[in-house]
Ligand binder design. Structure first.
Ligand SMILES: [Zn+2]
Length: 253
């Protein structure tokens, strides 16, 4: 959830109750639902959320944005590459980010002086996580790599708000890929402490991900070397990415 003290938007509500709890606790009005892709843990909460808001007399026009190239019955505003809309006083631009699924979108905000956020916000769904990236379901490795290469070009201060708290497990893999990367050690230490205090490790930033996320570091020689040991066909960014993703699928910390 992202809110400005009055209005809130939620991304991929897999579960309605934490959203309803937060809306009631903080006296917020739900002004939009943004869906990145068709997986139950991202959409199962939409229908109960809408019906419970109606039951509580809080029914109003709440647009539900989602990928046009997918059948999600609750989506009222199907969107795709380049579409724009306004929410929370920000202008949002839709990117097609296929790979995890063939139909997957991400949402990128602009910056506005009168909002609480100092930088652009990227809502990437399951495309990128802190220290990692999504698995490939019905998308492809080539598409996922391209989506990540595009995200990597965003300004370093961009806030990245992925949809899963996988950071510690991902950084354990980063450490296996790059045993000598001190930035990974520092991030792991910080994230362990945050989790021990019950805090999220997210959002992250593009700048930090360039330092700790092996899937954005396919041109770094230590990453290339590890990928080649794991069977990468050649040291090209795509082949390194493929080898890392395949390795991560069976990686046990
Ligand atoms: Zn997913």
């Amino acid at each position: 959830m992202i809110h400005n003290g009055q209005d809130a938007l939620v991304v991929d509500p897999g579960d309605a109750s934490p959203v309803l709890d937060a809306l009631q606790r903080d006296g917020l009005r739900l002004s939009a639902i943004l869906v990145t892709h068709h997986h139950a843990d991202h959409i199962a909460g939409i229908a109960p959320l809408i019906s419970q808001l109606k039951a509580a007399g809080l029914s109003h026009d709440c647009p539900i944005y989602g990928p046009a190239r997918e059948q999600i019955p609750e989506v009222s505003h199907p969107v795709g590459e380049g579409d724009q809309f306004d929410a929370l006083g920000l202008r949002w631009t839709v990117w097609d980010t296929p790979g995890h699924r063939a139909a997957h979108v991400a949402y990128l905000s602009d910056t506005q002086a009168n909002t609480p956020w100092p930088a652009q916000l990227l809502l990437p769904g399951d495309t990128i996580f802190s220290g990692g990236c999504g698995r490939v379901y019905d998308g492809s490795l080539a598409a996922l790599h391209q989506s990540l290469e595009r995200i990597a070009l965003l300004p370093p201060q961009t806030w990245v708000c992925p949809t899963h708290e996988y950071t510690v497990a991902n950084l354990t893999f980063s450490k296996a890929v790059e045993p000598d990367n001190v930035q990974v050690d520092l991030a792991l230490e910080r994230c362990h402490a945050q989790r021990a205090r019950g805090e999220p490790t997210l959002p992250t930033t593009i700048g930090l991900e360039h330092l700790i996320n092996p899937f954005l570091r396919t041109r770094v020689s230590a990453v290339m070397a590890s990928a080649l040991v794991q069977g990468a066909a050649d040291p090209s960014p795509q082949a390194v990415f493929n080898a890392l993703r395949t390795w991560k699928n069976q990686f046990k910390a």
